[in-house]
Design a protein around this ligand. Structure first.
Ligand SMILES: [Mg+2]
Length: 326
């Protein structure tokens, strides 16, 4: 990639800040329904609400994203990554205000297995019901590390980094699609080109991967491959009532990509994600990471950045990750 180091750092900063802001927009209304959001849409950074946290407070999504970014500043080491997850869970490492106030069931169970000595590749849930969005929400920094690797290695490292908490092929495929779109945005592609290029790369890459291939049909809205009686409709043309804000990994990925393709600014994209309701912080984080990467830090409303918890630490982390992966 012919990207200057300052441009790479700007992309990493925008992605990390964009993700954390999207998370923080969703935290005060997490678990609330879409009907609530229809009556009272989120349009700005709120305080308190569901978790009684001050404005600008991000949650587990951003915390675990920052754990991965920190780990990658030291190189690629799943043991180091796992220790950082444990440190977050037990000692509030990379929390906004020194306390863990939100954690998914599958992630908590996996971290306890890591604590008991289960190897990282075997700690994550691998049954079909272990497909919450808990690895998708924290996977984004991996793109900066893998961006120049061949696609087979990008896929392998995506699988390995998802697996400490989410090892099922559906979660792995969701993370892979997300990172391939992010990689195209990082390369400078227009969002529709990025989306089209990424899904062609993904379909080709999983052709000889039976476990992932068996999941492909579930991603038909995204990959737009013919499947049974499903209509092949461009993702951006789905109506809001056809997009879910649930904590299921497929729903979160669909919502984030739908938002990216359908709305035209950072703010519109993350607010559309949050106003889907339910798992608002994670949908906001996953959409916000891509939107930050695409529109850049200057597109994030300054009044949201001004209240963001540990903004200076996030910017410092971005600089250190950029230096490590340049
Ligand atoms: Mg959260």
């Amino acid at each position: 990639m012919s990207q200057t180091s300052s441009s790479l750092e700007a992309h990493i900063r925008a992605a990390l800040l964009g993700l954390a802001v999207g998370d923080a927009l969703g935290v005060p209304v997490e678990f609330e329904s879409r009907a609530r959001r229809k009556a009272d849409p989120v349009v700005s950074m709120r305080a308190y609400g569901t978790h009684n946290q001050p404005a600008g407070t991000w949650s587990d999504d951003a915390s675990l994203t920052f754990c991965l970014a920190e780990s990658l500043t030291k190189g690629y080491d799943l043991g180091d990554l796992s220790r950082r997850f444990i440190n977050w869970y037990e000692h509030a490492y990379w929390t906004p205000h020194g306390r863990v106030f939100d954690i998914g069931v599958a992630t908590a169970e996996a971290i306890r297995r890591l604590e008991r000595g289960t190897p990282p590749l075997h700690a994550g849930g691998s049954d079909e019901y272990s497909n919450g969005n808990g690895s998708l929400m924290r996977i984004l920094p991996l793109v900066f590390y893998t961006r120049n690797l061949p696609v087979a290695e990008r896929l392998q490292q995506t699988r390995e980094v998802s697996s400490p908490t989410h090892a099922h092929p559906r979660s792995v495929l969701a993370c892979f699609i997300y990172l391939e779109v992010a990689r195209q945005l990082l390369l400078g592609a227009d969002r529709q080109v990025a989306f089209d290029e990424a899904r062609h790369i993904v379909v080709a890459a999983i052709a000889n991967e039976p476990a992932l291939l068996a999941e492909q049909h579930r991603f038909h809205r995204i990959l737009q491959q013919p499947h049974g009686e499903y209509e092949i409709l461009p993702l951006a043309q789905y109506r809001e009532d056809e997009i879910s804000g649930s904590g299921y990994v497929l729903h979160t990925l669909e919502a984030a990509l739908w938002g990216l393709l359908r709305y035209d600014t950072y703010a519109e994209t993350v607010l559309a994600a949050v106003n889907l309701g339910d798992d608002t912080d994670t949908t906001g984080a996953v959409a916000g990471g891509l939107a930050g990467l695409y529109y850049g830090e200057q597109a994030i409303p300054p009044e949201w950045l001004q209240v963001l918890a540990r903004r200076a630490d996030i910017e410092d982390l971005a600089a250190r990750l950029a230096a490590a992966v340049k």
